[in-house]
Design a protein around this ligand. Structure first.
Ligand code: UGA
Length: 438
């Protein structure tokens, strides 16, 4: 057993993954959530969300990982209390901090009258000034203590990718620690030193505000990078023999650019990039700063699904009354998350243009009204005029060209990730359109 007790307020994919990883390393962990369903599921050793590897860690952790809906239980047993609640978008793009503030208030109330030094760690993505402002204020008002004296306060952004969160937790590139005072920062560095068995990743120690901004700058930069690849893909498509993968490989080998996050597709989706780019844009605008690159990236991203649908429309000579199969609904493989998924956005656009849309995803079973969910990939493509590989799940990448020819009314396939082999598809008689290839 390790020396510290750790708790997580909010059991989404970040809180849950972190809780499971900490417990697997021998820490005594308590996960708290207001959602009784999540608490019950964790007590029964089931992951309340789909995140590869997490359920195994939960099972292995045994009694080291507890779940509760009582904040007193979580706070009393903990030296480190992580706030891992969501910060959803409001209609103007700014973030709704009500969940983080209510977590801070609940934690503060439970610390009242206690002289044990605890460190509150803000993991939720919040705009600069939120930790030092409303979060600190809630904690201090409810506890009667002062940050930096009665308790420690740290802003420690997360960089976990959905679907790869466990791996990212165990092998991060760096830790970012924004601290209210050196004692708070030293404490969390000691916790991670133990978590990483004395081989922690490099840590950047800074102010609370810089740490908050690093998270937004990071996600914005990555989204711009992918958006750039997506734009180049459109150019490649107009050049005979053009291939965006070759072009991105060519630039990625320049060490100043790097090879990651250059895989072109329809658009980036998920719960993080869209929300974070809108939030940092709103935050900067309030200060009279225009983030033109962020604007351009959001705009390019809006257009992506519409452009792909138009290209398909042209290829099959109109969409009215046509049957379209969408393969994959999650915003990327290995997750059940469909938030801002390009697959869904393409499906809606196909419908708007008069097509009937069927969809299959290995994990997702729910879609907006109008989508017919198929039980398998083959029943999904059966009798259709067009199949779109939207999310490159392994099971979907492995569909053989002969299956498309056999099952579809007209074997036309739009491969948005260049997952299918051109020559074997051509040999089998499939008309294969590939995003980013001329
Ligand atoms: C992103 C960041 O990568 C994480 O570091 C961060 O912690 C997280 O947001 C967050 O803020 O919580 P996530 O949204 O889970 O993680 O997924 P990514 O793997 O980054 O993918 C985002 C979107 O970009 C997906 O639609 C994906 O398909 C797309 N993408 C990614 C590409 O189209 N090409 C690429 O090369 C990489």
């Amino acid at each position: 057993m390790r020396s510290y007790g750790v708790s997580f307020f909010g059991l989404g994919y970040v809180g849950l993954t972190m809780a499971a990883c900490f417990a697997s390393k021998g820490f005594k962990v308590i996960g708290y959530d207001v959602d009784e369903g999540k608490v019950r599921s964790l007590r029964e050793k089931r992951a309340p969300i789909f995140e590869p590897g997490v359920e195994g860690l939960i099972t292995d952790a045994g009694d080291l990982l507890q779940a509760t809906d009582d904040p007193a239980e979580a706070v009393s047993a903990s030296d480190f209390i992580f706030i891992t609640t969501g910060t959803p978008s409001r209609s103007d793009g700014s973030i709704d901090t009500s969940y983080v503030r209510s977590a801070a208030k609940a934690i503060g109330e439970m610390m009242k009258g206690s002289d044990r030094y605890r460190v509150i760690v803000v993991k939720s993505t919040v705009v600069p000034g939120t930790t030092a402002g409303p979060i600190r204020a809630e904690l201090e008002a409810a506890s009667g203590l002062v940050a930096g004296k009665g308790f420690g306060l740290v802003m420690n952004p997360e960089f976990l990718k959905e679907g790869h969160a466990v791996d990212d937790m165990f092998k991060p590139d760096r830790l970012v620690v924004g601290e209210v005072d050196p004692r708070s920062g030293d404490s969390i560095v000691r916790l991670y030193d133990e978590f990483y068995d004395r081989h922690p990743p490099p840590a950047i120690r800074t102010t609370l505000e810089n740490a908050e901004l690093i998270k937004y700058a990071n996600n914005s930069f990555l989204a711009i990078k992918i958006g750039f690849a997506n734009s180049m893909a459109r150019v490649c498509q107009t050049i005979p023999g053009g291939d965006v993968d070759v072009v991105m490989k060519g630039i990625g080998l320049d060490s100043r650019i790097g090879p990651d996050f250059l895989r072109a597709g329809v658009a980036w989706g998920g719960s993080c990039f869209p929300k974070d780019l809108r939030a940092i844009r709103a935050f900067a605008a309030e200060r009279g700063v225009k983030l033109r690159l962020v604007d351009a990236s959001l705009e390019t991203n809006e257009e992506g699904p519409l452009e792909v649908v138009s290209a398909c429309e042209k290829a099959i000579g109109g969409l009215k009354g046509k049957a379209v199969a969408i393969l994959g609904l999650a915003f990327k493989p290995d997750t059940d998350d469909t938030r801002e998924s390009p697959a869904i956005r393409m499906g809606l656009e196909f419908m708007r243009k008069g097509a009937n849309v069927r969809a299959f995803d290995p994990v997702v079973r729910l879609a907006p009204p109008g989508f017919t969910i198929s039980e398998g990939p083959l029943s999904c493509i059966e009798g259709t005029d067009l199949a779109v590989l939207a999310t490159e799940w392994k099971a979907l990448r492995e569909i053989r060209p002969e299956a498309f020819v056999k099952m579809m009314r007209n074997a036309v396939v739009m491969d948005t990730r260049r997952a299918y082999d051109r020559s074997s598809f051509a040999a089998a008689g499939v008309r294969l359109l590939q995003l980013g290839r001329g």
